[in-house]
Design a protein around this ligand. Structure first.
Ligand code: BV8
Ligand code: ZN
Length: 244
């Protein structure tokens, strides 16, 4: 794949790069994206109908079991070439911020340092009432495990629809989008707010916007460079074209 020489020139001279990733960057590791139809038992549910406080209040066991199933899926996969290309890009860029919507932890697992997890992390579990984090919990198949401190129900430490994003991470992400010279939007359909607004904040700041995605998205008409294909294939080639 040849890249426009103008894009390579921008990237090699940039000292401040911000990247937003979505579930698409983990697809080649074998994780289904959020919007992909669920499989097996879970095919009967839409993710948006499970990833919410209302769903958890209505049927905590069903929601807990969905996350337990996804936690196991994450344990079984490894970062792909796209994750590692972003580690390399970070090592070559003075100011690099990796903002992710993903909850799988694969960017840190691959070695990325400055990672902002806007939607939390599925490997972390906390009490729905007192917020105490825990690494261990009973695994009886009848009920949702409870907090040893207050007896409240345990839940995954992810941001559900209708819940606010972690303030610190969101503020840092907005700062990075507003101050970067190049903003990448990678493997995301750009449908979920407020994460999707970051690309527009970067654009208003005059950043060069680069989209790397398997298919066009609502952002595509507004980007400077649209690289359509698999991030695990495009990103390593892009890093090679930038730094040999
Ligand atoms: C909030 C954690 C309010 C949980 C997730 C109407 C209009 C606008 C906004 C709203 C609205 N109604 C409601 C809202 C707000 C809502 C929202 O945005 N809804 C959307 C659906 C319209 N947002 C919220 O509720 C947020 N909170 O707004 O709070 C508030 C304010 C003040 C006070 C109190 C409350 C919270 C949003 C966070 C939700 N949690 N995840 C979990 O994972 O279980 S979001 C979830 O969706 C994932 O994090 C994922 O990243 C994200 C997007 O899902 P996907 O589509 O799977 O992934 P992605 O978008 O990344 O798409 C995959 C892309 O990759 C595709 O384009 C595909 O082509 C591409 N691809 C696939 N393979 C590859 C590839 N690309 C490259 N290479 C490949 N190999
Ligand atoms: Zn508790």
């Amino acid at each position: 794949m040849d890249f426009p020489s103008e894009l390579i020139r921008f990237l090699t001279s940039a000292t401040r790069i911000a990247v937003l990733t979505g579930a698409g960057v983990s697809q080649e590791s074998g994780l289904r994206t959020f919007r992909d139809a669920q499989i097996g038992f879970w095919a009967q549910y839409k993710p948006e109908d499970l990833a919410s406080p209302e769903a958890f209040a209505r049927d905590p066991k069903l929601v807990w079991d969905w996350y337990a199933w996804r936690r196991e899926a994450v344990k079984g996969v490894r970062p792909n070439a796209g994750h590692y290309a972003l580690v390399e890009m970070e090592s070559k860029t003075p100011e690099f911020t990796l903002i992710t919507q993903n909850v799988d932890g694969l960017h840190r697992f691959a070695g990325s340092k400055n990672v902002l997890e806007l939607h939390g992390n599925i490997q972390r579990v906390r009490c729905a009432d007192c917020g105490t984090f825990t690494e261990i919990w009973g695994d009886d198949s009848e009920s949702v495990p409870t907090c040893t401190v207050c007896g409240g129900l345990l839940r995954p430490d992810v941001v559900w629809f209708g819940e606010s994003l972690p303030r610190g991470e969101l503020e840092s992400a907005v700062l990075a989008a507003r101050s970067c010279q190049v903003f990448f939007s990678i493997g995301t359909s750009g449908l979920v707010q407020p994460a999707a607004a970051l690309a527009h904040a970067a654009r208003n700041n005059g950043s060069v916007i680069v989209e790397v995605n398997a298919e066009p998205t609502p952002l595509t008409p507004k980007v400077d460079f649209a690289l359509h294909g698999k991030s695990g294939e495009i990103l390593p080639k892009l890093v090679k074209a930038m730094w040999g």
